[in-house]
Design a protein around this ligand. Structure first.
Ligand code: ME8
Length: 636
């Protein structure tokens, strides 16, 4: 059993939380839940950053005291986290005594190291960022790149932290600890900042009154960032010998978006080095969640309507979409129509149907969970894939590759659906003899569902519980864990199954559901559920494309970047075929391209379509044409 301490940033309370905050917090929740499943002792910290000039200003605008203002806003965060089923262990408020006492202790320790000195600060300052910009960062026009506001010239008597002294120790630490800053692009960014030289940072503000006074000079208020960063230790009751602190420090993962990685990967580690504390193991920055390609902004009315989408698709589908759709380190554009497609395809068609058809057949033909008989090759394949999937998920989870974790689980879901199809299990009820075989296949399908339920439980906790109840694990998914799914046969034959009910009823695009209403939709006939209409098929724009260029995508073993000629236009396509084709052998090949697929960014590169291939368990063969035709020809 290991220890796992995970943190989100503590969010500013100058406005209510939005989907960007939800994205980080859901990702942290998934990790916390996954480590609990592994049997680790987990501590999951989130909270709010309540001090500083910006909060003071909003409170003034609202004509209330900053404390009263914070007391009003902080609960909007906890309410949202409850709605999003966030399993945090502590919600830290920086106005709490726990934090204030910890900060005093931390700053005194820092002061005693001799790395703090008093000086005058003159520089360009961004008020919303609450920070000075170094000369290199200011640029010629002196505009803050985040807030697009002109930087102000500010002169102050401040206390400074001798950050510059830590330039080389930080570079050394990064080189000696691969994976300290993730992903690699962010690590390189930090290294280049470090290599171009560090300036000392001011750690107090003379002109701000809403904050924690410096313990060694109470005339000065601690700079909000310095105070906020220390929340990661104050939340553990930092006193140097507190039990929780001893158990959980150093943090395993500090999670955030790329906007604040410099604070976490430079200033915070330097502060820790100064006071002689171990550094966090990983500082992980995910990408930016955008809407229609634009940054979320309340003032500009660019927001993600979480309430509407959760009401329509349910919380678990929303959580699934956020982590399945985007590659974690990259920016991701939130698109309700993609959520809709994933809901119907991945959740309804793949997972929901697997559960429905399995349980439908069990309840129609058996009293409770059927007894398995001697396995055949096909059964062994499924059982082996279950074990492989558990290992694959573990390794991808350690890389925080959430999208790939879910893809690996869904490869298994689709494999089990294919198993049901290959064995034509629904035809086996005819005779007593074939019914034995039917029982084995259905038992295995239920076992597969048990494995799937446990693996998805960090992402979709309520869905996992519902599946567990339906497959006869009376209680919930809670008694299951990563160990229980490492061996096959956890379900007891003869046990009564729960009431089969659809978990993701199909939704039409315009249909907005209210919570609770969803389950009133009836499941379709089990054997018909994989059929599509001719209209569905005609929605696909399939075209012949000639590959005119092909090259490997750097640092992506499976991906090739193709340029395809469609007659009157050229398309760039990222295809997961690098393990099966070399770039050279592709030139001149004619393939079939899904031409009206929404463009997507794969590893940061735009892909404008998808090539069709036959994908077996091990082989992948491109669909080509029997004889050459004009590029762009429609395939029907
Ligand atoms: O920076 N996409 O607080 P903050 C993805 N108080 N993540 C987003 C996002 C978006 N569009 N918008 C916000 C602060 N986030 C400081 C932190 S920590 C010691 C102090 C998430 O309210 C993301 O995690 O501005 C980002 O790093 C954080 O909110 C910034 O939150």
């Amino acid at each position: 059993m290991g220890i796992f301490y995970i943190t989100t940033p503590i969010y500013y309370v100058n406005a209510e939380p939005h989907a960007g905050h939800a994205y980080t917090t859901i990702a942290a929740d998934v990790l916390a839940r996954y480590h609990r499943l592994k049997g680790d002792e987990v501590f999951f910290l989130t909270g709010v950053d309540e001090h500083g000039e910006n909060i003071q200003k909003v409170a003034n605008q609202n004509e209330i005291s900053p404390q009263a203002y914070c007391d009003q806003i902080a609960p909007t965060f906890t309410t949202l986290w409850e709605r999003l089923n966030i399993s945090y262990d502590i919600f830290l408020r920086t106005t709490s005594e726990l934090h204030k006492n910890g900060v005093k202790k931390f700053l005194n320790t820092l002061y005693e190291t001799g790395d703090i000195y008093k000086g005058k600060y003159e520089g360009y300052y961004c008020r919303p960022c609450e920070r000075f910009f170094t000369e290199k960062e200011q640029g010629e026009d002196k505009i803050c790149p985040i807030h697009k506001l002109r930087l102000e010239w500010v002169e102050e008597d401040n206390y400074f932290f001798a950050l510059s002294k830590y330039q080389n120790p930080l570079i050394k630490h990064i080189h000696e600890n691969p994976g300290f800053i993730q992903p690699e692009a962010r690590c390189n960014e930090i290294l280049s900042v470090l290599e171009s030289g560090l300036e000392d940072v001011s750690i107090s503000r003379a002109s701000v009154s809403w904050g924690i006074p410096l313990p060694f000079d109470t005339e000065h208020i601690s700079y909000v960032w310095i105070e906020a960063l220390s929340n990661y230790v104050t939340a553990l009751g930092y006193t140097g010998n507190d039990d929780r602190f001893q158990t959980f420090w150093p943090a395993n993962v500090h999670l955030m978006a790329k906007d604040i990685v410099r604070f976490h990967a430079i200033i915070w580690p330097a502060m820790l080095m100064a006071v002689n504390l171990p550094l966090p193991k990983h500082v992980v920055a995910h990408g930016w969640l955008t809407k229609d390609g634009e940054a979320l902004s309340k003032t500009r009315g660019i927001f993600i309507d979480m309430d509407a989408d959760i009401a329509t698709y349910g919380l678990d589908a929303f959580r699934y979409y956020l982590l399945r759709e985007f590659s974690f380190g990259n920016d991701g554009d939130y698109r309700p129509n993609r959520l809709h497609s994933r809901y119907n395809a991945d959740l309804g068609n793949d997972l929901g149907n697997l559960l429905n058809r399995t349980l439908g057949l069990v309840s129609k033909n058996f009293d409770g969970i059927p007894e398995p008989t001697t396995p055949e090759n096909l059964d062994d394949e499924v059982i082996q894939m279950a074990t492989e999937t558990v290992s694959k998920v573990d390794s991808l989870m350690n890389q925080l590759a959430f999208d790939m974790v879910l893809e690996a689980i869904w490869e298994f879901v689709r494999r089990v659906n294919r198993y049901i199809h290959q064995t034509q299990v629904w035809t086996l009820a005819k005779s007593e003899e074939s019914k034995g075989r039917m029982g084995t296949i259905l038992y295995n399908s239920m076992e597969a569902l048990r494995v799937i339920a446990v693996l998805i439980s960090p992402f979709m906790p309520s869905t996992a519980s519902r599946i567990c109840r339906q497959i006869g694990l009376n209680d919930s998914s809670e008694e299951q864990n990563l160990n229980t799914i490492r061996s096959w046969g956890g379900l007891q034959a003869g046990v009564e199954i729960g009431k089969p009910e659809p978990i993701f009823p199909r939704l039409e695009m315009k249909e907005r559901q209210t919570p609770g209403k969803a389950s009133s939709v009836q499941p379709q006939e089990v054997e018909e559920t994989h059929l599509i209409s001719i209209d569905d098929f005609q929605n696909l724009d399939l075209r012949v494309a000639t590959i005119i260029e092909a090259e490997k995508v750097p640092r992506a073993d499976k991906l090739l970047k193709l340029k395809a000629d469609l007659g009157d236009e050229k398309r760039q396509v990222i295809a997961g075929i690098a393990e099966h084709y070399t770039p050279d052998e592709l030139i001149g090949k004619q393939v079939i391209l899904v031409a009206n697929l929404q463009p997507a960014k794969i590893r940061g590169i735009e892909s404008q379509g998808m090539v069709l291939a036959a994908a077996g368990e091990k082989d992948l063969v491109l669909g080509t044409l029997e004889k050459p035709v004009a590029p762009g020809t429609k395939v029907r």
